[in-house]
Design a protein around this ligand. Structure first.
Ligand code: HEM
Ligand code: HEM
Length: 184
């Protein structure tokens, strides 16, 4: 099938972007509240359970998203963008897919597996462990997930700021191309 550039993301791509963005941001905030306000807000691990129930849905949605993206090209970038900015956008998006939406949830799954703790997907279905429980790997798994979570927090923060810069400073059509009600 020939792939041509379109003016705007498809409706499905927009739903997947904003739905997963909402789940991602909620999971990130709940993860922070669960760990840094443990005594005040998370004494019975309710927030930890909610964090895992919500964030684990990303592991399944990403399969649909990548399949959709591979068969439906993204809109062309504006001609005003320099080759360096185009390359930067590409690398940034690849990092968002590979690290924020795939490696980070996988690292959480890994951590819960070595800790021998269940992950209830949406509170309905228990994910099987991806590795055998192993107490000696607990600290390493925790460190990987925490470090990656903070790196991705910065990555998503940068992504948001760049989107706003395109809209309010460069005044181009990048943000309009992914907003629900608008086309480029
Ligand atoms: C299968 C998916 C995931 C599992 C099983 C998981 C598991 C966990 C667990 C067990 C904690 C510790 C909570 C506590 O100590 O009470 C945690 C912390 C955290 N998680 Fe996840 N997580 C997953 C996905 C994600 C995703 C997608 C994000 C980003 C949106 C994320 C961001 C965080 C953050 C920011 C923390 C707090 C880190 C800190 O200590 O500062 N996690 N996660
Ligand atoms: C915080 C609010 C957000 C805003 C304002 C925003 C804005 C945008 C915009 C304007 C684009 C289109 C870029 C283009 O046309 O080249 C885009 C694409 C993208 N966004 Fe976001 N985004 C947000 C949150 C997120 C989050 C939380 C994630 C994932 C963790 C994410 C992942 C992506 C990815 C992977 C793409 C590339 C889509 C593709 O072309 O395949 N975004 N975003």
């Amino acid at each position: 099938m020939a792939k041509t550039h379109t003016d705007s993301y498809t409706g499905t791509a927009k739903w997947l972007h904003w739905g997963m963005a909402a789940i991602w941001i909620a999971s990130w905030c709940i993860g922070i509240l669960a760990t840094h306000w443990r005594d005040e807000l998370n004494p019975g691990h309710g927030l930890t359970i909610l964090h895992k129930a919500l964030a684990s849905t990303l592991l399944f949605l990403i399969v649909v998203r990548v399949a959709w993206r591979l068969s439906h090209p993204a809109p062309a970038l504006p001609a005003s963008m320099s080759p360096m900015m185009r390359r930067g956008a590409k690398v940034g998006h690849i990092l968002l897919y590979a690290v924020a939406l795939i490696a980070l949830p996988l690292s959480g799954w890994y951590w819960s597996s070595v800790a021998d703790k269940p992950i209830m997907l949406l509170g309905l279905y228990q994910l099987p462990p991806i590795v055998a429980p192993n107490e000696t790997l607990y600290d390493l798994a925790k460190w990987i997930h925490t470090l990656m979570a903070w790196f991705c927090g910065a990555l998503v923060g940068g992504h948001l700021l760049i989107a706003l810069k395109h809209h309010f400073i460069d005044k181009d059509e990048i943000l309009a191309g992914i907003l629900p009600t608008r086309n480029r």
